[in-house]
Design a protein around this ligand. Structure first.
Ligand code: SF4
Length: 259
């Protein structure tokens, strides 16, 4: 009769299995190095709804850029209209270098309306596209003189019928020369920063503007543009955004793409 193992003690056969004695040998372990654990996909960061984020973005940008303003030098609506037409495909710094001599030579729309195109071209040559810009400037000046008695009109519809004046240019003039918040100026910086912040999915300026308008109070529309432009120039730079120092990083869906 086989002796029963004492409670808590293993039989020989059981012990053999455990130690490799008389029982089946344990399989040899594979010599291959353990494969690297797959890195888990980053959990998607959750952000507050866009209108809520937009409010916080505006509050932070207001604190960050209290002196934000139009970077074009001007003394009256006519000068700003000219400077804005010249700023197409050109830096504001370059335009500001050109306009003092231009306004000394053509101080009013009446002066510009009768200008010799060749002289205008020479004055604005360094801003690029100078032939097209000359056509726009002369057409605009003639329109202002003939239709508006030499005064720059103060509404979107009247401005937009002037040659060379699109919605963006009209928004710049209305917002900065007349203090009228008709819309949000959308330039290359606003396009980039608003897109990275997830405030718009569009690339067309007028569609971007229609996305931004309901997100901000009308009284702030002109400044929203200046804030986004300042942020785009100083922090959310096109090629190398400085997300590590950005005050909007925790509100920005693009931050982790660059960090
Ligand atoms: S976190 Fe980066 S990408 Fe987003 S707004 Fe700031 S700088 Fe631009």
């Amino acid at each position: 009769m086989r002796k029963k193992a004492a409670p808590g003690k293993a039989t020989r056969r059981q012990a053999g299995r455990a130690t490799g004695g008389s029982g089946p040998k344990p399989r040899a372990r594979s010599a291959a190095p353990p494969s690297k654990p797959k890195s888990a996909p980053k959990p998607k960061q959750k952000f507050p709804p866009i209108p809520e984020r937009a409010r916080e973005i505006l509050a932070r940008l207001e604190r960050e850029y209290p002196d934000a303003h139009c970077a074009l030098d001007f003394r009256n609506p006519y000068q700003l209209l000219v400077a804005t037409i010249l700023s197409a495909q050109c830096t504001d710094v370059r335009v500001n270098l050109v306009t003092p001599a231009f306004f000394a030579r053509f101080p009013t729309a009446e002066d510009l309306a009768t200008a010799d195109p060749a002289e205008v071209e020479n004055l604005i040559r360094s801003t690029g596209f100078f032939r097209n810009k000359t056509r726009s400037l002369l057409g605009m000046a003639r329109g202002v003189v003939e239709t508006y008695k030499g005064k720059i009109p103060q509404d979107m519809t009247s401005l937009r019928v002037l040659p060379g004046v699109g919605r963006k240019t009209a928004n710049v003039v209305l917002g900065n020369a007349f203090g009228i918040n008709e819309g949000v100026v959308v330039d290359t910086h606003v396009t980039r920063v608003a897109g990275r912040l997830g405030l718009t999915k569009h690339v067309d300026a007028e569609k971007i503007e229609q996305d931004l308008i309901p997100l901000f109070p009308q009284a702030k529309w002109t400044m929203v543009s200046h804030y986004l432009i300042s942020h785009g120039r100083q922090v959310c730079i096109a090629r190398r955004p400085r997300c590590e120092v950005c005050v909007l990083a925790d509100l920005c869906p693009s931050a982790r793409l660059f960090l």
